[in-house]
Design a protein around this ligand. Sequence first.
Ligand code: DGL
Length: 262
Amino acid sequence: MTYCLQKDRPIAVFDSGVGGISVLRELVHIMPEEDYIYYGDSKHAPYGIKDREEVRELTIAAANRLFDQGCKGLVVACNTATSAAVRSLREMYPYIPIVGIEPAVKPAVLSGEHPRVLVMATPMTIRADKLKRLMEQYESQAELIPLPCPGLMDFIERGDLNGDDLHRYLTELLYEYSNDRIDAVVLGCTHYPFATKQIRQVLGEHVKIFDGGAGTARQMQHLLKEGGLLRGELRKGQVTFENSLEGAGKEELCRRLLELEL
Ligand code: DGL
């Protein structure tokens, strides 16, 4: 396939649903002049409780759809999809800038002296070798506690960010850590930054919270710069929202999440 990368094409951002908006926010913040196509596969969400091969296939299908629209780069704004498919995507499209996201374990470990760090992610991300290898690198410098959070993304996917149900879910999920000091939390799923306030309420205001959104956005900026693909003009770019679940109000929710103060 011949694929011509052009500066004036949009950057594609993909997630299993609306969570990748936490990464899109960072991209728009540092590259406001760029256009973006945000595609959420809410029809097949959640990815985090599926098996790896299924997530790999869904992610490749989403990437093909975005590349068919001529995007000049792809941000896989989903930790689960990144661990299942980013390597395959880079093999299939070696000439297109592709950036994945991974849990921000390193900055969390370096945030204190031998901190206790809770790593919250989907069951699939927690099981994957990618995260295990990452945690092994830092296990002598911190106490790392992996915590699968099945069901947490569903609250965000419904736009239920402040309700009592979310508070009850987190109180139960984090019960054993709420009275036993946790120094830092890694949000290893792009949906979770939208629950930051509630996580703090349960674990305490002292807790430092890390997610990989800003680093991922910087990495895409770096690759585009290297490839001479940054627009570099004074303009306000546009964001187009697409979702596999039509008519479910996902675009409205995405716009709300993009504007939300965290
Ligand atoms: N937002 C995704 C992530 O970063 C996963 C949510 C899901 O389970 O689909 O892992």
